[in-house]
Design a protein around this ligand. Structure first.
Ligand SMILES: *Cc1c(COP(=O)(O)O)cnc(C)c1O
Length: 379
């Protein structure tokens, strides 16, 4: 039996090991100088004045809404084709989740999907750059401008990624990135909020650490007074210097890792073009894609996605499905009719995410392709 092929494998090398060892030996483990440096370098790469390091993208999404004052009485438009996190933070601040459909070929939120759900209470929209393909932001930003909406984009899949008008992370009211173990760069767990709004950034920073008026790490550096004020009911969302040290090492190679994923994705496109019933999502040849996920559609009339997924698992190949749309989950089902989201509902029965990670070898990729082709021919 061939070696198992994982769905994902993080790219952790000597740089990360050395960086973590240095933090452990430094005597300062939590939020401190490395976190500040990680924020500065990240902000520079994205081309945005403010970056706030946090312990997850979920925390970044939550603080974006909280810092902007989204709350009870507000409606927030969220694509149904996303992970739990994008919507749960809306509920957490007391606002109402309003789900929206997506483009059938890319599964990204479009301005027209947003327009369908606008009411006088709509306060914000949360585009998700699905699989790493940036949403078409200009029409969304234009619509948001016309209706005075905040745009909080979920860029958990999209670092590094570029729109024609700028890096993802520099275009919206605030953007949330994820450094979860399977994302394009990782700190184990971690996240980043970026924004051009200085007030939003400082409010998010304050809320990230118990609503204290002063960063705890400055309280202990010997140069600042011991005193602090609690000015708001906050959270415990700060990133550790251990994680930030890994993040700094990952930032150095983020573009190289993206290029490696792109080469593999383009090779998948080529090699899968002859496999009957397999159609990759659109957008993989678009400049600015982060290539986080390689997603194909499995034609139902050839073979069911679930059977294909099972065959690949039996062949020890890691696969996944991104995502079961929110409107099909019990929490959201009652408030949202399934017919309201025809594109997401239709896609859900066919989508399959194939292994894609920088250190994947061509031999591993060939085996995925061979097994997928065999699964499509089996009956
Ligand atoms: C992974 C993911 C998140 C959550 O990221 P965490 O860092 O684990 O909080 C949010 N949105 C999407 C679309 C994701 O895939």
């Amino acid at each position: 039996m061939a070696e198992p092929i994982p769905f994902h494998r993080p790219d952790i090398g000597a740089e990360e090991l050395e960086a973590v060892t240095a933090v452990l030996e430094s005597g300062w483990l939590t939020t401190g100088p490395r976190t500040r440096k990680f924020e500065e370098r990240f902000a520079e790469l994205v081309g945005v004045p403010h970056a706030v390091a946090l312990n997850s993208a979920t925390a970044a999404l939550h603080l974006s809404l909280a810092a902007a004052g989204i709350g009870p009485g507000d409606e927030v438009i969220v694509p149904t084709m996303t992970f739990a996190a994008t919507a749960e933070v809306v509920t957490a601040v007391g606002a109402k989740v309003v789900l929206a459909d997506c483009d059938p070929s890319t599964l990204n939120l479009r301005a027209q999907d947003v327009r369908d759900h606008l009411t006088s209470r709509t306060a914000a929209v949360m585009p998700v750059h699905y699989a790493g393909l940036p949403c078409d932001m200009d029409p969304i930003l234009e619509l948001a401008g016309e209706h005075d909406l905040h745009v909080f984009d979920d860029a958990a899949h999209a670092f590094p990624a570029e729109c024609p008008t700028g890096h993802v992370g520099s275009l919206a009211t605030a953007t949330s990135f994820s450094f979860y173990a399977t994302k394009t760069i990782t700190t184990g767990e971690g996240g980043m909020l970026t924004t051009s709004d200085e007030e939003l950034a400082s409010r998010a920073r304050m809320l990230s650490l118990h609503g204290l008026s002063r960063d705890a790490w400055r309280r202990y550096d010997g140069r600042s007074p011991w005193d602090y004020d609690i000015v708001a009911p906050g959270f415990k969302y700060n990133l550790t210097d251990i994680a930030a040290a890994i993040g700094l090492a990952q930032l150095d190679k983020a573009e190289l890792l993206r290029d490696q994923r792109r080469d593999l994705a383009l090779r998948y496109l080529d090699e899968l073009s002859g496999v009957t019933g397999i159609t990759p999502l659109a957008g993989y040849e678009t400049a600015g894609h982060a290539y986080h996920l390689f997603v194909v559609r499995v034609a139902r009339d050839v073979r069911s996605r679930d059977e294909v997924a099972e065959d690949l698992r039996d062949a020890d190949i890691g696969i996944s499905v991104h995502f079961k749309p929110l409107h099909l989950h019990p929490l959201y089902r009652d408030d949202h009719a399934s017919e309201a989201f025809p594109n997401a509902t239709d896609a859900f029965h066919e989508i399959l995410s194939l292994p894609l990670f920088p250190s994947m070898t061509m031999a591993q990729q060939d085996r995925v392709i061979t097994e997928l082709a065999a699964a499509m021919e089996a009956t």
